[in-house]
Design a protein around this ligand. Structure first.
Ligand code: ZN
Length: 94
């Protein structure tokens, strides 16, 4: 089932992006998964219908704003989003 695959996999960033964001402050907000969805949909654009966001982030100057879903995978999600803060694009290039 597709949803389960999405649920199970949170890609970790490539090694060059896989470190805490150090170029400025990080403003982190942890939200229940249901409340995270509208926030990330608004940031990312339209939902494809089967996507379910674990987290999302955006940068303003050097400040990285990170939204994380409150789940037992939060450490992995944080690494993923910090990867984006560090310049990993939303295409998730290897
Ligand atoms: Zn991502």
């Amino acid at each position: 089932m597709v949803l389960e695959q999405i649920w199970m996999s949170i890609d970790l960033p490539p090694i060059r992006f896989d470190h805490p964001y150090r170029d400025g402050p990080v403003i982190e907000l942890v939200l229940p998964m249901e409340k995270l969805q509208p926030v990330c949909i608004r940031l990312a654009g339209a939902l494809s219908g089967k996507d379910w966001y674990w987290g999302c982030s955006y940068k303003v100057l050097t400040t990285c704003h990170v939204f994380l879903g409150q789940t037992d995978k939060i450490d992995q999600i944080r690494r993923h989003e910090h990867g984006h803060c560090n310049g990993w694009s939303k295409l998730h290039e290897p």
